[in-house]
Write a protein that binds this ligand. Structure first.
Ligand code: 173
Length: 322
């Protein structure tokens, strides 16, 4: 009896001496960007990381590893899935090699804020967990249409004879207009334009200037279509290994970043004006053709989503489409 008391006393005083809580509580997560480091997206994310690191002392820190020079654009998803890195800053089109569902988020017509409420965010996390071993932390770019940019003039939505740079975002839509397509990471587009290897490319309304593509771009086709999705995704095992306090902190910081998405509305208007100033002409169709163009993009997008994921395509449509 006496001996056991004595042992217990030693054990508890030893525990008191070792501040194991303090040691275990700070974790450092590695983050890599699938977008080139000179993109404004990445600057915003680096600013967010600085905030996280300022407020997260003793709880959670993020270490920015770099962009596609560290891990190539189309490999970032795999790196997150397997835990080579903890967090990826990417878009679904860049990790369809992990699961086809990734590219379906471009079809969102509901906002990220609405998706937090209508079950979409939970469904996304169910799919991302099951099929990609990922936690979808936050969407940080939205309200941003994609456009077709060209160096040869067209007068109707027909891309016969034109070679167009794509990612999975645009593939089926541009092919339906008879384009010859070529997939490249953003980092390779400038050289492809410069060498005349491509006659155009798909890209959001913004961020041309980040990569100097305005120097090599003559036309933007209006209207835009779909809704660019850029997000922070995390290795699920790592996410689960966080303490409740760390997870809560990270969730709150990611949500705060997502809550700034209205920023893109004004920014996109400014970017369109900047394109005009840089001499990029717009190609527009008549009202009926424009309407059919956008509808066709949507129809092809969902048909392909459901074909690629008969299991989750229809479920996603219910919460993403209007
Ligand atoms: O065109 C692309 O590289 C692409 O798919 C994309 C997706 C979201 C934001 C920016 C680009």
């Amino acid at each position: 009896m006496k001996t056991r008391h004595w042992l217990a006393a030693i054990a508890s005083s030893a525990a008191a001496l070792v501040p194991f809580h303090a040691v275990a509580q700070e974790v450092t997560l590695k983050l890599v960007s699938a977008f080139p480091e000179n993109q404004y997206y990445v600057k915003r994310t680096i600013d967010w990381i600085a905030e996280v690191n300022k407020d997260g002392k003793g709880v959670l820190q993020i270490n920015f590893i770099g962009g596609p020079k560290a891990i190539p654009t189309f490999e970032v998803g795999k790196a997150v899935q397997t835990g080579v890195v903890d967090i990826g800053f990417s878009t679904g089109a860049f990790y369809t090699n992990v699961m086809p569902e990734a590219d379906i988020l471009k079809l969102s017509e509901t906002s990220a804020a609405e998706q937090r409420k209508n079950g979409a965010y939970d469904l996304i996390n169910k799919i991302w967990a099951e099929k990609a071993n990922m936690r979808y932390l936050a969407k940080v770019v939205e309200f941003t249409p994609f456009h077709l940019y060209l160096n040869k003039k067209i007068d109707k939505p027909d891309l016969t004879g034109l070679k167009i740079r794509i990612t999975p975002v645009y593939r089926e839509f541009f092919q339906a207009m008879n384009a010859q397509v070529m997939t490249t990471a953003p980092g390779e587009v400038y050289t492809a334009l410069e060498r005349g290897v491509i006659d155009g490319y798909g890209w959001p309304i913004h961020a041309l200037f980040d990569l100097n593509w305005q120097e090599k771009t003559k036309y933007r086709v209006d209207p835009g279509f779909y809704n660019a999705e850029v997000s922070l995704v995390m290795n699920l095992d790592k996410y689960k290994s966080l303490t409740p306090a760390q997870r809560d902190f990270l969730d709150r910081k990611a949500l705060a970043y997502e809550n700034q998405n209205d920023f893109w509305k004004k920014y996109n208007q400014e970017e369109a004006a900047r394109q005009k100033q840089a001499g990029i002409e717009t190609i527009s169709f008549d009202a009926a053709t424009s309407k059919a163009y956008v509808e066709k993009a949507k129809e092809i997008g969902w048909a392909n989503a459901i074909k690629a994921s008969p299991q989750y395509g229809p479920e996603l449509k219910k919460v993403l489409a209007r």
